[in-house]
Design a protein around this ligand. Structure first.
Ligand SMILES: *Cc1c(COP(=O)(O)O)cnc(C)c1O
Length: 361
């Protein structure tokens, strides 16, 4: 019996092979290996997909976070409020600019930033609130936006797992001052290597981000500031343009599969993912919870079903953060012990889904 993988990138390539091969060949034939039309077109098309004013392609989603904060002037002595239930990249950017992450707990239903805890975490040094739209579901951006506005703080969405997700009709990437995306291969929109983008409406901030990502340059050899080399690779841009056209259908397929899982696993005793009223998730991951997680993983493995844990050790408990004040985050800590991601990708077949359900039941 073939193992059902958590993600299957072979099937996605098979469905677009001709177009992707042609896109790659086109870039190579042009011999334009830095910047160029594929990057510019992808930036415009991705911004349009997000309903945003513009986008800047960068090398990966981690750099995207660092560069946005730098361009906003966030640095040493500043604090950024975020969550510990996320991938390490969320805070690498914060810490690399010299700022300090301040963690708030997540909601017990969605496992996303609990907006009710944000105000108590604010200090005179707080500059930015960074909600993470984890698993493909947007945080409560009405509440977070209102808090930020009252306090005069910026909002940067970590939308690495939420391409196309919506909150009350608005798309991830348009609800803060800027949003960062990753096109890591396994994301809903994935490149064939590392890639990322910043989506931002304010043209002045967008141009500052572009400068930071491209050696601080305004013109070829005039460097206005000390930047870095974090450009979107045109080969990746060309691939992403092909895949972006398929993304709406892929996100719909994920939603259909998620609905099937929710129906088939109802009453199983597993805690199923909760969609907040107002949220339209894109189901980057389908995350169930159980105190019996380890035993379930073993049984799934024996039944040929691959599973994952996102994430087993919350950020405030990571060895790399030993020097950062670690608050008690009971909901985050409990989630980390109980979360289990089961196979969900657009090409998953109904027969495979039934096999996953049977293994879990
Ligand atoms: C994937 C991811 C990132 C960063 O992505 P890379 O492109 O791998 O650098 C940031 N935040 C979250 C929540 C992610 O899942």
């Amino acid at each position: 019996m073939r193992t059902i993988p958590l993600v299957d990138l072979h099937r996605q390539y098979d469905s677009l092979r001709g177009e992707i091969d042609a896109a790659i060949a086109g870039v190579i034939a042009s011999a334009g290996f830095i910047g160029g039309p594929e990057v510019t077109k992808f930036e415009a098309e991705f911004a349009a997909f997000c309903d945003a004013g513009g986008a800047v392609g960068v090398a990966n989603g981690t750099d995207a976070i660092e560069i946005v904060l730098r361009a906003m002037g966030v640095g040493a002595g500043d604090e950024v409020i975020t969550v510990a239930n996320t991938f390490i990249a969320t805070i690498e950017g914060i810490m690399r600019v010299g700022a300090t992450p301040v963690f708030v707990d997540v909601r017990p239903d969605t496992m996303l930033m609990d907006a009710a805890l944000v105000e108590a975490a604010m200090t005179p040094r707080t500059r930015v609130i960074m909600p993470v739209h984890l698993y493909g579901q947007c945080c409560d951006m009405d509440a977070i936006g209102a808090i930020a506005q009252r306090a005069g703080l910026r909002v940067v969405e970590d939308a690495a797992q939420a391409h196309g997700a919506e909150w009350n009709g608005r798309r991830a990437g348009t609800m803060g001052d800027a949003a960062t995306f990753s096109f890591y291969p396994g994301k809903n929109l994935g490149a064939y290597g590392d890639a990322g983008a910043v989506v931002v409406n304010d043209p002045a901030l967008r141009e500052r981000i572009r400068m930071f990502a491209n050696h601080g340059r305004k013109e070829k050899y005039t460097h206005e500031l000390i930047g870095q080399n974090s450009r979107l690779d045109p080969l990746q841009a060309a691939i992403l343009r092909v895949k972006l056209r398929a993304l709406p259908a892929w996100n719909e397929a994920r939603a259909r599969l998620a609905a099937s899982y929710l129906e088939a696993l109802a009453g199983s005793g597993l805690t199923l993912p909760v969609t907040a009223p107002g949220a339209t998730p894109v189901w980057h991951l389908f995350v169930i919870r159980s105190p019996e997680r380890e035993a379930i993983r073993v049984r799934c493995k024996a039944a040929g079903v691959e599973t994952g844990v996102h994430y087993p050790l919350p950020l405030h408990q990571q060895p790399a953060l030993a020097g950062v004040a670690a608050p008690s985050l009971p909901v985050t800590e409990r989630s980390a012990r109980e979360v289990l991601s089961i196979p969900l990708f657009p090409e998953l077949t109904d027969a495979e889904l039934r096999r996953v359900v049977a293994a879990l039941r």
